[in-house]
Design a binder for this molecule. Sequence first.
Ligand SMILES: Nc1ncnc2c1ncn2[C@@H]1O[C@H](COP(=O)(O)OP(=O)(O)OP(=O)(O)O)[C@@H](O)[C@H]1O
Ligand SMILES: [Mg+2]
Length: 139
Amino acid sequence: MADLRPSILDDLGIIAAMNWFCREYQKTYSHICVEKEIDVSENDLSDSLKTAIFRVSQEAMNNIAKHGKATVVTLTLQKENGGIELAIRDNGQGFDPNTVVKGLGLSTMRERTELSGGTCSIESIKGAGTTIRCTWPLT
Ligand SMILES: Nc1ncnc2c1ncn2[C@@H]1O[C@H](COP(=O)(O)OP(=O)(O)OP(=O)(O)O)[C@@H](O)[C@H]1O
Ligand SMILES: [Mg+2]
């Protein structure tokens, strides 16, 4: 799936790529309801930003399937305060960010976001779900 990324982003754009990914995810994890709201246009985002958004979304949603015990995932991509905001929220079991053993996923998400000029916050409470929120200033 990861290897399809460059061609699908280049050929179809971020919106179609996100729709495709969410559709596949929904098929694979039929017990999780995916709610998606994308309110940006293709021209708002540079190619590197599109790549970051797509990769972070995949990573966050894979974590939810793997660890979250969630029934609902909400993904929003919108313009917010003059920037772009990506948020992926789940209603699963959550975790304590201070004590959890970090794998590659969380640090890669943060790194990708920062390398593309944004900031990434990971909010999670044990028993109360997780929100990954990444924001980028519009240049
Ligand atoms: N959405 C989530 N819900 C509950 N727990 C989570 C969620 N996302 C991450 N975690 C917790 O944070 C830990 C670290 O996540 P991270 O993605 O960094 O590593 P991983 O998924 O364990 O391994 P990797 O991503 O390298 O395959 C996970 O092991 C899990 O305990
Ligand atoms: Mg992971």
